[in-house]
Design a protein around this ligand. Sequence first.
Ligand code: MSP
Length: 640
Amino acid sequence: MGQKTTVCTAIPYVNSVPHIGNILTDLCGDITARYRRMRGDDVLFQVGTDENGLKIKEAAEQLGRDPHEFVGEIADRFRSIFDATKISYDVFVRTTSPEHVRAAQELFRVLEANGFVYKDNYEGWYDVSTETFFREEDLVDGKSPDGNPVRWVSEENFFFRLSAFQDRLLTHFDENPDFIQPANRRNEVLSFIRQGLRDVCITRKNPGWGIPVPDREDLVIYVWFDAVINYITATGWPDAPDWAERWPAAVQWVGKDILTRFHATLWPAMLMGAGLPVFKTVAAHGWVLLQGDKMSKSRGNVVRPMELANELSERAGISVDIAVDALRHYLSATMSMETDSGYSDEDFEIRFNADLANDLGNALNRTLSMAHKFVGGLVPAAAIEADAAEAISRAKESYAAAMAEYQIPRASEAAFGLVRFLNKYIDTRAPWALAKKEDPDLANVLASMLHVLRATEGLVRPFIPTAADEIARQLGVSPQLDWDAIGQESSLPAGTQLESPTPIFPRLDRTKKTMETPPKEVARPKPAPEPAAEITIEDFVKVQLRVARIVEAEPVEGADKLYKLQIMIGDEKRQIVSGIRKAYAVEDLIGRQIVVVYNLKSAKLRGVDSQGMLLAATDAEGNAVLLQPDRETPEGAFVK
Ligand code: MSP
């Protein structure tokens, strides 16, 4: 087994079911864990639930529920959502579990024994919704700086001597410049610490919920103080004999809101005080906003991951696992480490069509169809062309560099960049033309296409694991689980029998609304002015109709109704000009299958060559409505 690597993620509160923002933290951890496993590491990937907060007890009571039962149910829901979204965790820590209670109480004892915990009176404000203490001068108009209501607390409590760690923390940041990722968050943390750290109150009066302070049943440990300890509970601290092999963690994934105070200040100081090693990096991602607002379970403006995946699965006619991959791709490709990102249904559909249905779908479909057509459906025994080999190693390099800095969206970009390279490579090397000329390069081009596809399968795997399995199946090989093998010719041996291409992500028809939208009244088209003259079957068969796929679309300059389309009919590329610009946007066209008149004499429209004509009906408003096969059909198929 390789190097031992621990990957940790912030644990969500269990006052409600998770939204796509909470899932983002776990997804970042999952992508990291999957990638590190491919690199050969022996990974321990922790997730869990934060269950000891006062707001959780209050949420249960408001519902008239027993808090233990309530958190048990919600923790189970989180677990099943992590499972359904393919979060490949090794340990799930519940902070109400006996192991965690033991770890939290023990760390409290160690810090007390080391002189970093003392007793004092606490008077101040407490924000239950974020479980944070505030001083009078921190409040804004009588509320917390986030605008939450606060309540007055006056109790005898224990304090953690955080002030003693100010210099040690600053030295640690200096000596470990990569400790906080991304770099732009570092200054935020430094200025918070340089303003001066105050000791923190780490207990509360026991409300009948929480982890009791050792030998003081009347007090419980402050929820944040207990929650961060879950990361070492996951390693088996303090009792497992081998816990030290699993600690320190390589990375702690958190959202930006809980970086400064908790994960870059309090938690490392607690570890320093207990004489335990500090984790190597804390990586913070931005928020996912919904209509410009932070998604929040307490505010109720949330998008739930499995609702989204189930709806997509029904609408696109794909398995829930593939729909989950689409969500994982969306979040990882559009998230931002440095700033926030926004979710919208429209954006989700656009990314689905552009990246998955079109780019990845075309690369898979064209590569396999052409391999069947030109080299008998077997991987040819031919060398990979230099530019294809280079594209693979460049993609691997930038992917690895991105992952070393925990830059998830950049790694996604490197993987999908290779997909786009493959489509361009097919267009430029035009295997159909090589076949026509019986050019000996054909075998090398096909081998290159197949190897780039195989490398793509490895690179997209941490993001879309189910789709990656399906690509491997269609390539006739087992899943690519070894990073070093990516790009090696041995990863796709010559002579491997390829399966027929089957689309994984069928294009979403963006003109079709979601299922909840009632169907619009459709106006009847005007009757044709005159009955058409009859034709015989012999007349009809003269017209050759075939299925094609649009691979490029661009407006014809100076003609506001026309598009110039590049289409693939089997392995043949053609250009047609079509008057459908008023009814379709470019992104609605790329990747779409259509029906064309194949044997129409070429013509020039507005000076642009058109080698065929597509079929479209006209709706009541006179807009073009494209005809397309009812389901994905091999390109070039005859329509009779
Ligand atoms: N329980 C604490 C964390 C304790 S870790 C020892 C907590 N829970 S949370 O449920 O509010 O958040 C869980 C994770 O989701 C955190 O990483 C948080 O930053 C992240 N997100 C919560 N809302 C988010 C968005 N709208 N967008 C992105 N991530 C955000 O904090």
